[in-house]
Design a protein around this ligand. Sequence first.
Ligand code: ATP
Ligand code: MG
Length: 453
Amino acid sequence: MADKHTAEPAEKPAAAKTEKLTAVKGMNDILPPESARWEWFEAKVRALMARYAYANVRTPIVEPTALFVRGLGEVTDIVEKEMYSFVDAMNGDKLTLRPEATAGIVRAMVEHNALYNGPMRVWSAVTLFRHERPQKGRYRQFHQIDVEALGFAGPEVDAEQILMCRALLRDLGIPMEHVRLELNSLGQPSERMAHRAALIAHFEAHADVLDEDARRRLHSNPLRILDTKNPAMQAIVEAAPQLMDFLGEASLAHFNAVRAVLDAVGLSYRINPRLVRGMDYYNLTVFEWITDKLGSQGTVCGGGRYDGLFEQLGGKPTPAVGWGMGVERMLLLLEAVGAQPPLSPPDVYAVVPSAEAMPTAVAACEALRAAGVQVQMHAGTAEGLGSFKSQFKKADASGARYALVFGADELARNEVTVKSLRDGNTGGGAQRTESLADLAAWAPQLLTLQSPA
Ligand code: ATP
Ligand code: MG
């Protein structure tokens, strides 16, 4: 990657220039009309974050490779085989396209001593990169909504974040019957050590069933074996000793306090003792929101507490909790349950029959836009502006509620015709003329009553 520029020969044969270029495998273009669904989703997210008082943060897409190796743990899928890492040819720096959001945000908080005045609740919309096998719901460049509560130790913040996810599902119109919440506690490091010893003993007793990955991880990271997707290993994984049985009083109390909040607000969940999540930094509460609608890519949101990460990245001990939601998977889920964003066509399509009328028409449309009206202007081709009829066809196809006709007769009187395009079956909708002199007075009538996104 680093020597991209120099690797190419200076001159290429002329034929190569006309070859079509395609996007990198597993990396998607998001074009209209699909992009409208993204904007709708993002607007819902922004409104949600405001309601829960989470502030927006933005950190770099590229970070030092060491950040993820230290933050996520060396023996994790991401660090072992999914990172886009490269050497900066300019200075030899080892860099990585971020595969997850939390490590970068924690690095930023430590670097800027941002929690000096107290804890912070933040969120970020992030683009992430993982070198995985692309398939539906799994891409090499993908997007997450990420929330982090930094400096909060209490279980009520764990519950708050789980509830944010429920609120978003509701806002998006996804019926709760299509998603379930799974919950577990990973306890504290000392409790995990005791469990780990029991786990190794269990897997050693079944060494013949372990696959290559598992055998390699047996002594480095046996907990990760529980995360296996290998069907041949499901039986021994299911019979493995459970961490829940190794939790001390404080860990159990934290877990039960989270559960008490969820119970109080009537959110049902399933305790899944094998839920371990993909990163090493988690402790205590971990959770996932899962749907049956997307096959094996069914986890739409996952998160948990990571009280040790700040220290691991050179900061002061700082309790924290967060989640990441896969945007592509949420949009796939929305599609699967038939939830669609409302259409948002322009209010007005400006029909301009002749080039002479264009300056006046543009000026009027600028004034309408200044008044908040959404205006799509007709625009010509190399052959000209096109017939009156073809312009009206385009006006109709735009979905606009009104056509504004800047005809020669109208302009001679400093007027414009306002024609309704959506009032029933008459073919020709009701029309009236308005004076361009008092445009500001009638412009508001063109605004479509839109429900706030
Ligand atoms: P999975 O088990 O599906 O690989 P994960 O545990 O690696 O998920 P996290 O790192 O916890 O996922 O990321 C949180 C969410 O981001 C996932 O629940 C999923 O919705 C989404 N996600 C993860 N990897 C991808 C990907 N490669 N493409 C699209 N979305 C993804
Ligand atoms: Mg993964």
